[in-house]
Design a protein. Structure first.
Length: 307
């Protein structure tokens, strides 16, 4: 059994949440290649071991990178997660399991990314925006699990956290649905955006690009007026984001417009449409590199959803 199979037939969370039952669930996950750790009251990791208490160890310099903790007792939060049954049942871990109230796992260590949707609004956003994948119900929302890893980040948008390389997620059961490959739309959520350059600075020069025309869209089934009207409305939305959010808006506009052409025999001149969106984002202060990445991800996401 692999870490991917365990999400189809893995152990459920014990209703009683007793230490022995939690340890059995943890061992089953570990046997499938999913690194696990115990959580204490409040569903948070146990405190650092004595040698690392109060930052005595220097705060584990590599906490910002994926990798196991070398301490013999549970320590350094997600980094303590392990698949080694000898560690999980060692004399330093067994007393901790007696106090544990839940099992957590390290998604990045299992080659996974969890999109943690903390409320109904976030779940509705994901259903509208992201490719369907394996989902696990939580107390207030859902976990959407994808194959692939990426940097972790909290509050990438209201009610949405990304848990992967440097975070843990609570194990709440195997969930339902087929697990999809980590899409560009999720990766784009953690890109830091700066749409308001510091006074006196220029993020990038305003781009001058050829506009969309029928010459580059010989296989588009839409009229010129239809394409141009939709594009101008999208560009207006991007240009209106003069204070913040222009990069995210550019991603959304690119995804929306590209989705309109998924049934066309092509080519539809999507590259030219993308260039106009990039230019609009740059005109309100988005760094060109970020703008290009956001637009490329938007175009790619539309293709993924159509596939």
């Amino acid at each position: 059994m692999t870490q991917l199979h365990v999400f189809g037939e893995g152990p459920s969370v014990p209703a009683t949440r007793s230490g022995p039952e939690l340890l059995r669930a943890a061992l089953a996950l570990a046997a499938a290649g999913v690194p696990v750790l115990p959580l204490r009251q409040g569903k948070v990791p146990f405190g650092n071991c004595r040698a690392c208490k109060d930052g005595a160890c220097g705060g584990r310099p590599n906490m910002k990178a994926a990798g196991p903790c070398q301490c013999p007792a549970p320590c350094h939060a997600w980094a303590a997660a392990t698949t080694d049954p000898h560690i999980l049942t060692s004399p330093l871990w067994v007393p901790v399991w007696r106090e544990a109230v839940a099992v957590a796992y390290h998604p990045g260590g299992a080659g996974l990314t969890v999109v943690d949707l903390d409320n109904a609004a976030a779940v509705a956003w994901a259903r509208e925006t992201l490719p369907a994948t394996r989902t696990v119900p939580t107390t207030r929302g859902e976990h959407w699990i994808y194959r692939g890893t990426m940097p972790s980040s909290n509050a990438v948008r209201p009610g949405v956290d990304i848990k992967s390389l440097t975070q843990y997620a609570r194990w709440l059961g195997p969930g339902t649905g087929r697990m999809a490959v980590l899409p560009a739309a999720v990766r784009a959520l953690v890109v830091k955006e700066d749409t308001t350059p510091a006074r006196g600075e220029v993020a990038s020069s305003v781009l001058t690009r050829a506009t969309w025309s029928r010459h580059v869209a010989t296989g588009c089934r839409h009229t010129d007026r239809y394409v141009r009207t939709g594009l101008e409305r999208g560009l207006a939305l991007v240009r209106a984001r003069t204070q913040s959010g222009a990069g995210s808006q550019a991603f959304g506009v690119a995804r929306f417009l590209a989705a309109k052409h998924t049934a066309c025999p092509g080519p539809c001149g999507l590259a030219a449409i993308g260039e106009e969106i990039v230019a609009a984002a740059v005109s309100v202060g988005v760094p060109e590199t970020y703008a290009r990445r956001a637009v490329a991800n938007g175009l790619e996401t539309a293709a993924e959803r159509a596939a």
